[in-house]
Write a protein that binds this ligand. Structure first.
Ligand code: SAM
Length: 331
């Protein structure tokens, strides 16, 4: 079987699937305070549709699937979807990105469904700052969720994702390092991108991965780079001189990695996006809901991927904001 490639020769191996556009947080860099007009139930892909498109995508070379949202844990019966996806032959990695608030109730079901990789988004360890950025005063519930997750060692490693923002994140960099090393979490900082519904993003608000690395190195000495040899790895990864812990920097703005991007995204309403910053989408849902054969669906996937964008143009005159914000795309 011919594998999925785009017209620039990039082999596409990773698919992010948004299972809902709804979220129980209102992060300032993502969603407006009042939320967004939610999709109707009938507009959202069913589990059956998600599993079918995933099976076909895996049959032509997708190796990794990450479930996201909105907040994926608000989708009813998510562990059941995980259980079904886990059975797809050839799928090498299935993971979940969550804000963690429902983990206390759901960690056990997720582990039992076979989930082994979870990323928890956490931008501050200071209650007031957490409440300010998420517009929800619920940091303790996220920390409880993380503690619950620790009871299921099959879910390993747990990654903590923090959006790095100037005049917000700097003072907590070393606290996050301590927290992650103590709890054996893998720490990731991701640069703030212009994907916020409120359009508050300004170039000046980006705190680059290099700046965070500098703060860490001043306190801990030089970091030691590590890699798994995969050119599509999004994070620049490092460990410490004592070998304990891992930190990484996802720098889509200061050091774009488009040339090795191997990702596509499926929105909750079944639109395929071949770039986070895409201005066009392919309507997979209509094809799924027509009488299309598997072969026809595969052709639609191949065609969409073939036209994957060369790069995003953040920082360039040609940059155009995406037609949806992060919560609607699936981060
Ligand atoms: N609700 C889940 C969560 O919080 O992880 C999954 C969806 S959320 C949209 C996925 C990730 O996107 C989160 O880590 C979030 O911090 C990140 N994100 C959202 N808007 C962003 C932006 N403008 N720039 C960078 N990262 C962003």
């Amino acid at each position: 079987m011919e594998l999925l490639v785009d017209s620039y020769g990039r082999r596409i191996k990773s698919m992010r699937i948004s299972v809902t556009d709804k979220c129980n947080f209102r992060c300032t860099y993502c969603m407006p305070a009042e939320g967004l007009p939610w999709l109707k139930k009938a507009e959202i892909l069913s589990f059956e549709e998600i599993v079918r498109i995933s099976q076909l995508a895996v049959s032509i070379g997708i190796e990794q699937i990450r479930l996201t949202g909105g907040e994926p844990l608000v989708r009813r019966d998510l562990p059941e979807l995980i259980r079904q996806l886990k059975q797809i032959e050839g799928l090498r990695s299935l993971s979940l990105t969550t804000n963690g608030i429902l983990l206390k109730q759901q960690a056990q079901a997720l582990a039992e469904a076979g989930l082994t990789r979870v990323n928890v988004s956490l931008d501050s360890l200071v209650r007031e700052k957490f409440a300010k950025v998420t517009r929800r005063d619920q940091m303790d519930r996220v920390l409880e969720g993380l503690d619950e997750l620790a009871k299921y060692p099959s879910i390993h490693p747990v990654k903590i994702n923090a959006v790095a923002m100037r005049d917000f994140s700097e003072e907590e960099v070393l606290d996050f390092v301590r927290f992650a090393r103590d709890k054996a979490y893998v720490m990731r900082w991701i640069e703030f991108m212009p994907l916020d519904a409120d359009q508050i993003w300004r170039k000046e608000d980006i705190l680059t991965g290099d700046e965070i690395k500098h703060i860490i190195e001043e306190a801990h000495g030089p970091l030691i780079q590590i890699t798994n040899g995969d050119p599509a790895e999004t994070a620049r990864r490092y460990t410490f001189s004592d070998g304990i812990g891992e930190v990484g920097f996802i720098n889509p703005v200061s050091h774009p990695f488009c040339s090795s991007c191997d990702r596509i995204r499926l929105t909750a309403d079944g639109q395929l996006r071949t770039c986070l910053f895409a201005t066009e989408e392919t309507d997979i849902r209509s094809v799924l809901r027509s009488a299309a054969s598997d072969e026809e669906l595969i052709q639609v996937l191949r065609k969409a991927v073939w036209h994957k964008e060369l790069k995003h143009y953040i920082g360039d005159k040609r940059f155009k904001r995406a037609n949806r914000s992060m919560s609607m795309i699936g981060g």
